[in-house]
Design a protein around this ligand. Sequence first.
Ligand SMILES: *Cc1c(COP(=O)(O)O)cnc(C)c1O
Length: 467
Amino acid sequence: MTQSPDTYVSTRGDTTPTDFAEALLRGMAPDGGLYMPTAWPTLNPSAWAPGQTYAAIASAAMAPYVGNALPDGALDRALAKLVAGFDHPDVTPLVQLEDDLWLLELFHGPTAAFKDLAMQLAASLADEALAASGERLTLVTATSGDTGAAAVNAFANKARIDLIVLHPLDRVSPVQRRQMTTVDADNVLNLAVHGDFDDCQRLVKGLLSEESLRERGRFSSVNSINWARLAGQIPYYVSAVAQMAAQGETRAPTFVVPTGNFGDAFAGIAARKMGLPIAGFVAAVNQNDALARAINDGLYARKAAVETASVSMDVQAPSNFERLVYEASGRDAGTTRAVFETFARDGSVTLSAALLSALRAEVSAVSVDEATTRTEIAHAYSAYGRVVCPHTAVALHAARSQTRGTGPIVALSTAHAAKFGKDVAPVLGFDPDPPRVIRELGDRPERLTIIEGTPEAALAAVRGFRA
Ligand SMILES: *Cc1c(COP(=O)(O)O)cnc(C)c1O
């Protein structure tokens, strides 16, 4: 098979060549693995020259992955729509905090978290792919808040797609709930489940394996294992390097990424594989530290979930870790399958010395506890006058703990603090000022259906929706 960035295979060994559209609409590969491009494209250094628009940067970075799988102009139409929905001319502005310390703001989109950047693109591109093939798609996803909000906003009123989002009743923030429930779109069903996030995830898993729902057409999920979502996160790394160059900083930066499922961080690693000058990556996790322990101790082990202020990073088994293992093992599907099947069966797996040193060459990892996260929110305000969300605070703390004087460090700021006022206000003594997109939620009517946390209730709700 020819190796090419627009041809995808599974991390678990299925080498049936798959194009971008199919990888996008399927999400997961049929053998349970994750799609990976069979080669990394090379970015022309002009891609990070100062002065280009975000859309131009993103088009150059993403087109090789799309290839000919979508109608002509689909990517550029999707990018134009993405940019129009952002409240900042640079889309992802880079702000300097002090010598060699920068913050990359990823929260200027319609739901004020970084997931908008890729979700908006995935929605537009999926709609184009379906229009070309004449198919329909039903998406189902569980959310603890940010993913559901970004998905509802992105997929609302898409002609060929229905979206069903399950969130735990009364356990998402009021802002996050209203971002999902006040959108006026007949193709969106919000299910508020009596239970917690894990119950929602279990129900989604059950729905995805429900044969009788196949009659609806294509049926998949919109979680962060989708290659299209990863591809949509590559451009802001390129944009960050371009914005630094515009300010006279040309040394390769280290990126510190607040990490849950490792999708954001893996997009950065992809950018480096494409030739973007990057010195290194630090994955900053909260007390849910399975990834950090895997990389630091060589034991990847499941632990009970802890509820933290950086709730979008409360992840026990980071799904995109599989892509990192695949890449670090030299694209060895046998090794990858063995690691993740052992983990699934035993709840833990010891990583070989060779694999571990290859993983450490890609990324280091730091865990930040809750007290430190709060202190960091206070520090960001007193030192820089910045009101940051808990996820950003985790990254900032890890960034400030790096050895300094070796080059620029960029912490990713993944959400607006006003989405997480409940955790930020007690530290600062005031409520963060909401951005326009949150103010405008106002008191629009909400649409949601409350269900019991049982497979029967979930199935009945899905069957009854636009059947
Ligand atoms: C989803 C999310 C993260 C974690 O991103 P991953 O790609 O899952 O690692 C971090 N911060 C915020 C605000 C998020 O919504």
